[in-house]
Design a protein around this ligand. Structure first.
Ligand SMILES: [Zn+2]
Length: 240
């Protein structure tokens, strides 16, 4: 029957595409390992695009519910995929993004500590609005396995956060405004632990000390803490 033949062909195509996708994944890993984090930007991008195209192909091949081999359709994100989203986020956030495009590199390593992702660089970049005035000589992105497990949406939100860090090193007002404007997450912790967070600022980092379901509860508790510990806390509501 013509229809059966079509379905069989679809299944075969999906299998072949999967094999090519696996091979591309191995190639990207070897590239990342060989360059020890100093991955050539264009090569990385080419490989990433090839994989994305293949995934679109895979999704289409299995779209028909009757196909024998089904592809889940929601690809998990790997380190290289996250890097691609980071580059995309940099393009989205910074008007003169070509200024930094060639100095963004992916490290195959995890960030240190408990952070989901980190962007490290030397120097002090600056910007006016969403135009970069001065950039660092090089930016190294590290992505944790924990974040990759969270799926595409969470990775994208954190990559927008990191993209804004290309210029703004701390989580100040300008940082938060830009992150929100582009749909990123201001607090990395909110990704792992949704809810309203009461955070304590330690140095330049915010640390969640308690989480609530609603904002009034969180606000009430924060006010209580302040009352019970005079002079110890300063409240900045809605800051994080
Ligand atoms: Zn941050």
């Amino acid at each position: 029957m013509k229809r059966n033949k079509c379905l069989r062909r679809k299944a075969e195509t999906t299998t072949e595409l999967k094999a090519i996708d696996t091979k591309l994944q191995k190639l990207s890993n070897r590239l990342a390992a060989a360059c020890k984090g100093d991955v050539d930007h264009q090569l990385t991008q080419d490989l990433l695009n090839a994989r994305l195209n293949l995934r679109v192909g895979l999704g289409t091949a299995a779209e028909d519910g009757e196909a024998e081999i089904a592809f889940s359709g929601t690809p998990s994100v790997d380190r290289l995929g996250a890097f691609g989203m980071f580059v995309e986020a940099v393009r989205q956030v910074w008007r003169n993004n070509e200024f930094v495009a060639d100095v963004l590199v992916l490290s195959p390593e995890e960030p240190s500590g408990r952070v989901l992702a980190s962007l490290s660089y030397a120097g002090t970049p600056s910007a006016i609005g969403n135009s970069i005035l001065r950039r660092a000589p090089r930016y190294t992105l590290r992505v944790s396995d924990r974040l990759l497990m969270r799926g595409t949406n969470s990775v994208r939100k954190v990559m927008i956060h990191e993209a804004v860090h290309v210029v703004y090193m701390n989580h100040g007002r300008e940082f938060r405004d830009l992150v929100r404007k582009h749909g990123g997450t201001v607090s990395e912790e909110a990704i792992e632990n949704p809810g309203v967070h009461v955070q304590l600022k330690r140095g330049s980092r915010f640390e969640t000390i308690k989480t609530f379901d609603t904002e009034p509860e969180a606000t009430r508790w924060a006010h209580e803490q302040k009352r019970e510990n005079p002079g110890k806390y300063r409240l900045s509501l809605g800051e994080q």
